[in-house]
Design a protein around this ligand. Structure first.
Ligand code: ZN
Length: 291
């Protein structure tokens, strides 16, 4: 008996020593003293798709942790070659190489990769049989350009800088230096300020990443994402899941991602199930561990 409890206690202490600090709670840090550990299946998916990543690049690792589930997309889809697209040209060049389809739904033009569109239409057909509907949530519900993501990013950075200037969290010189950077260069600087507790979401109390996607990283760029108007209906969510559409960005409630497999296959792609606010999200299994 003694040895059993001893082993349990030691295991508990060991577990406590590697507490993950990225927990999708909305207030996680961007700590210089973290190392990242990728689930081997997720790592394999990145390698198979030739996506270059650097375990020491904290910005990329943080972005992968939050939005990276789309890189596991199957059933004939193509995933972006970058964790963070560097500029407008790289996005338009890549989007032009991907086979997409467009269809007007409730008066809104929806553009998606062909397999994602096919699955969506099949889900809508079944939804109609059950007197349900699946429609886009707004005019920018599907594919977006780099400029769209840059505009959204800026709409959080600028008010955030002004607020933190007013609170004397940053100096005018620091704010000016950030403004002069390109949007993608701003990402690590904003995340560093957030690590000090100076947040940039719209409500200024959580990370900017829970408010808008970092510039050049939105899943909408990949043409595999759709914001769904009927997202709060449980039957709609489970129907979409049966057609390969899952929720993969915590706290982004209307947002669905086409992964192209059934739910039981998701762990084998290196994704983990996260429950938040009665919703199920599937995120890359990446652990940030304090050194
Ligand atoms: Zn979305």
């Amino acid at each position: 008996m003694f040895s059993k409890y001893f082993v349990l206690t030691i295991s508990f202490i060991l577990l406590m020593g590697v507490t993950p600090v990225i927990n999708s709670s909305g207030k996680n840090s961007f700590n210089e003293n973290q190392v990242y550990k990728l689930n081997p299946s997720f790592e394999k998916v990145l390698q198979t798709n030739n996506i270059s990543y650097e375990l020491n690049d904290k910005t990329s690792m943080r972005i992968l942790s939050e939005y990276g589930a789309m890189f596991t997309s199957q059933s004939g889809t193509i995933v972006p070659p970058y964790v963070i697209f560097p500029d407008e040209a790289s996005v338009s060049k890549w989007q032009a190489t991907v086979k997409s389809e467009q269809k007007k739904m409730s008066g809104i033009l929806v553009v998606l990769q062909a397999p994602a569109m096919k699955a969506l239409i099949a889900a809508q057909t079944e939804a109609h049989q059950h007197k349900l509907s699946i429609t886009p949530n707004g005019t920018t519900a599907s594919t977006r350009s780099y400029a769209d993501t840059a505009k959204l990013w800026q709409s959080r950075v600028e008010p955030g800088l002004n607020f933190h200037l007013g609170q004397k969290h940053i100096t005018p010189k620091e704010a000016e230096a950030i403004r002069k950077l390109s949007p993608s260069q701003q990402i690590p600087e904003i995340l560093k300020l957030e690590a000090k507790g100076y947040f940039f979401s719209k409500s200024l109390d959580k990370s900017i990443l829970y408010s808008v996607a970092a510039v050049g990283t939105s899943q909408h760029i990949s043409m595999l994402a759709l914001d769904v108007a009927e997202h709060s209906n449980t039957n709609v969510r489970s129907l979409l899941a049966r057609y390969g559409w899952f929720q993969t960005v915590v706290s982004d409630e209307p947002h669905f991602t086409y992964l192209g497999v059934t739910e039981d296959k998701l762990p084998s792609l290196g994704l983990k199930k996260v429950t938040s606010g009665s919703r199920i999200y599937w995120l890359p299994d990446i652990e940030a561990i304090n050194k």
